[in-house]
Structures are given as structure tokens and as C-alpha cells.
Design a binder for this molecule. Structure first.
Ligand SMILES: Cc1cc2nc3c(=O)[nH]c(=O)nc-3n(C[C@H](O)[C@H](O)[C@H](O)COP(=O)(O)OP(=O)(O)OC[C@H]3O[C@@H](n4cnc5c(N)ncnc54)[C@H](O)[C@@H]3O)c2cc1C
Length: 371
């Protein structure tokens, strides 16, 4: 069995790249250990927040995020047209809020950083923030409006990516775990999934938090990713428009979806692959939710879950060709894999087809940690 490109992992990264490659006429096979789109890409909140989530000293991430926000409207339009599905892309912007004087001082410093980076943000008083979101606590003393930040329903997006990939002629094999990658003489040759060998000209390693665990990849090409656990929960909104946009408070973010779910997240924990929900993790989220939006107190719990962010040493993606001929790496998207989806799919597929890394990928060279 041979293919042009084989991809390990059907998360947002693998399916996005696979879709773009298949659209360009490439023969693509994705091997997925479980079900497509059911790991980190399913666990996410779907926030697309370059301004709200800008991090000090991570300029290359911010540039990629801003590029993605320019790409997103067309990416969604095409995805919806190809899949025949709506993915609940919403453009209301986000609100960052402070709940006490200490928070307000920190939020002010962050606001100045956003202005320095040229981000279109606006300072709000507590009352102005409450005018935008009447459910906010009376303790909210200040806020930042970030109109450039958007959100999507990542679970719908994963189903849409799967459908678009299949319609474009891609082949997806679920319940098929890659157990070994065969590389000889500095070249990629094929993979083993159980007893079966799969051959292809190229391989894309997009196995999320598990990308460093697949055997057979030479040490210098093995991506240094670790799982960073996030616990989340969702409540049912009591009426449409209860909360209308993403709200970020010091200990919580809140992401309302059009189907009536309100998603709250997330803890950031270094717990290896322990997926268990904990009283402490959920308590801190529930407390943050109640302090920010007191009306959440009486709402029914909808769901609780956890997921693993694939995170590199600098929490910045690893994307590009490895030093093994034919082996490409696409992982380490940490907290921003949904946000980075358009650039990941478009630039990685171009690199694979044309051989030259697009400018936007240069800061994310997967070999940057190896000498
Ligand atoms: C709680 C939480 C909240 C988040 N919120 C956001 C957010 O609001 N916005 C945002 O942009 N990002 C968010 N993220 C980050 C985002 O979800 C990830 O960066 C992104 O989903 C990573 O996608 P992926 O395809 O690399 O990994 P995954 O979605 O984990 O996919 C990897 C796939 O590879 C498969 N696999 C692994 N090993 C093998 C193997 N040996 N053989 C075959 N298949 C294999 C797995 O089964 C899995 O399906 C969040 C993450 C978490 C956990």
C-alpha cells in the first residue's frame, strides 16, 4: 500500500494539512489511533484570541496568530462550503476583565503591552464592561475590549474538517495506531500499524502530545513535546444571549457557544498523561466562574472533561521538515492549535508540495532545539 503523503494523527493539525494536500490533488492517508478529532482538538474551547492571549516575549506566536486571523474568514467559508456544515465562527470580540485592584493593575500593564504591539484594543471602566455583558459581577472594576478576537465551535470544526478531507479524496483510517516509523540511511521509508506496513513518499508526524513517543524516529528528529493538561466544564445557558462573547478573567475564561453551551476553562497542569478530573482543578474553575459571572451559580452542569495540549520547550509550535528526508513535523501548538489551524494547514501543505518553507514557518523550525 503506497501513498504520496501519510499523516499520523487526525487532530486539527493532521486533518487540516491533509485537507489542503488532498485539495491540491495529493494522495493522502491519515492513520488515527482513536477517532478523528477526539483529543486536544475536541477538548479545546475554540477561542481565536491573538489580542487577549498575547504573551510577553512571544512575538513569533503573535505574528502567526495575527496572520491566522486574516486567514480565518476565508478558511471557514471554504471549510463550510466543502463540508456542508456550519462551524459557528463568531466575531463578537473578547473582553478581558479585572475583579479587584490587583487584577486591574496587572490588566493595565497588559493593555499597555497590547498597545505597544499595535493591537486594536480599548480600555473600559467596570460599568462599560457591564454594559457589554450585563451578567458580569459588580466587582468588575476595569476591562479591555479586543474586537479582533473571535471564536469557533472546535468540535463542529473537527467534524467539518473530517468531511472536507474525505470529500477532497483523502483516506482516513481510524482505530489504527502507528507503532513504528521506519527510517534508514537518513530517509523516511514507511510506518508500521500493528502487523501492517504502510509505505509513502512522505510522512507528517501530527500526533499531538504523543508525537515524541512514536518509536523509530531518530533522536535528533524526535519532537520534544509534552502533554500539558487542561480541565474544563460547560454549563447550559438559561436563555440565548446570557453571555454574548468570550470573557477572560484572572482565573477563568468563558466561551459561549451558539448551541447553548457555555464553556469554562482551563487549568494548566504538568501531570503527564493523567487525564483525571480533580476536585481542586474544578473548584478553581467553578470559583472563577462564579466570581466573574455570579449568575452561573444556579446553572446546570452540562459536561466536564480534560485534554492534553501538545507543548514544546518554548510552548511554540514545531513545524517544518525534519533532518530525516521525507519526514515532516507539525506539532507543539500548545494553547493555540485551533487558532493556528489555517496557517498550519496552508503553509505545511505548501512546504510539502513545493519543498521550500514559507516565510511564516521559519521561526517554528522543528530542529531548533537540536544541535
Ligand atoms: C483544555 C484545552 C483548551 C484549549 N483551548 C484552546 C483554544 O481555546 N484555542 C486554541 O486555539 N487552542 C486551544 N487548545 C489547544 C488546541 O486544542 C491544541 O493545540 C490542538 O488541538 C492540537 O492539535 P493536534 O492535532 O496537534 O493534537 P490532537 O488534537 O491531540 O490530535 C492528535 C491526534 O493524534 C493521534 N495519535 C497520537 N498518537 C498516534 C499514533 N501513534 N498513531 C495514530 N494516531 C495517533 C491522537 O489520537 C489524536 O487524535 C486547547 C487545548 C486544551 C487541552
Amino acid at each position: 500500500m503506497g501513498a504520496g503523503t501519510l499523516i499520523i494523527g487526525a487532530g486539527v493539525v493532521g486533518l487540516g494539512i491533509g485537507w489542503k494536500l488532498a485539495q491540491a490533488g495529493e494522495q493522502v492517508i491519515i492513520l488515527e489511533r482513536g477517532l478523528a478529532g477526539r483529543e486536544a482538538s475536541w477538548a479545546a474551547a475554540g477561542m481565536l484570541c491573538p489580542a487577549n492571549e498575547a504573551h510577553y516575549q512571544q512575538d513569533s506566536n503573535l505574528e502567526l496568530a495575527q496572520e491566522c486571523m486574516r486567514l480565518y474568514p476565508e478558511f471557514v467559508q471554504e471549510l463550510e462550503a466543502c463540508s456542508g456544515m456550519n462551524v459557528d465562527y463568531r466575531t463578537e470580540g473578547t473582553l478581558t476583565v479585572a475583579l479587584n485592584a490587583d487584577d486591574a493593575a496587572a490588566v493595565k500593564v497588559f493593555f499597555e503591552y497590547q498597545l505597544e504591539k499595535g493591537l486594536p484594543v480599548r480600555w473600559l471602566s467596570g460599568d462599560e464592561a457591564r454594559e457589554m455583558e450585563p451578567q458580569l459581577s459588580n466587582f468588575v472594576s476595569a476591562g479591555i475590549s479586543c474586537p479582533m478576537d473571535h471564536q469557533i465551535d472546535n468540535r463542529k470544526m473537527m467534524e467539518a474538517l473530517k468531511r472536507a478531507f474525505l470529500k477532497a479524496g483523502g483516506e482516513l483510517h481510524e482505530q489504527t495506531e502507528v507503532t513504528h516509523v521506519r527510517c534508514d540511511g537518513g530517509k523516511y521509508r514507511g510506518v508500521m500499524a500493528g502487523e501492517r506496513e504502510w509505505l509513502s513518499e512522505r510522512l507528517v508526524l501530527a500526533a499531538g502530545s504523543w508525537s515524541g513517543l512514536v518509536s523509530g524516529i531518530p533522536e535528533h528528529a524526535r519532537p520534544p513535546v509534552r502533554p500539558v493538561k487542561g480541565q474544563m466544564f460547560s454549563l447550559r445557558a438559561p436563555f440565548p444571549g446570557f453571555i454574548t462573547r468570550v470573557i477572560r478573567a484572572p482565573d477563568i475564561y468563558i466561551s459561549p457557544k451558539s448551541d447553548g453551551r457555555i464553556v469554562f476553562g482551563a487549568t494548566v497542569e504538568e501531570m503527564g498523561f493523567d487525564a483525571g478530573l480533580t476536585a481542586g482543578g474544578l473548584y478553581s474553575l467553578l470559583k472563577g466562574a462564579w466570581e466573574t459571572v455570579p449568575g452561573t451559580y444556579d446553572l446546570p452542569i452540562d459536561e466536564m472533561w480534560s485534554g492534553f495540549r501538545p507543548s514544546s520547550r518554548d510552548n511554540t509550535p514545531l513545524m517544518g521538515a525534519s533532518r530525516v528526508e521525507g519526514l515532516f513535523i507539525a506539532t507543539g501548538h500548545h494553547r493555540h492549535g485551533i487558532l493556528f489551524a489555517p496557517a498550519t494547514a496552508i503553509h505545511m501543505s505548501r512546504l510539502i508540495l513545493e519543498g521550500e518553507p514559507p516565510q511564516s514557518l521559519l521561526p517554528f523550525d522543528p530542529s531548533r532545539f537540536t544541535v
